[in-house]
Design a binder for this molecule. Structure first.
Ligand code: FES
Length: 56
């Protein structure tokens, strides 16, 4: 499922990035571009990062 439509970033990609070591929305933005355009995905992406960190 696409989380960030502007940059075509999926939930799967976000989960993989967390597994690779990112811990913040800022880091996700730097490595995928998610949240760097309209910003509408920021809330959901942050939630996914948080859920993954709790799960790991
Ligand atoms: Fe992510 Fe627009 S949907 S920046």
């Amino acid at each position: 499922m696409y989380v960030c439509l502007c940059k075509a970033v999926t939930d799967k990609t976000i989960k993989q990035k967390v597994a690779d070591g990112i811990t913040t929305m800022r880091e996700l933005r730097m490595c995928t571009g998610a949240g760097s355009q309209c910003g509408k995905c920021t809330c959901q992406a942050t939630q996914i990062i948080h859920n993954e960190l709790v799960r790991l």
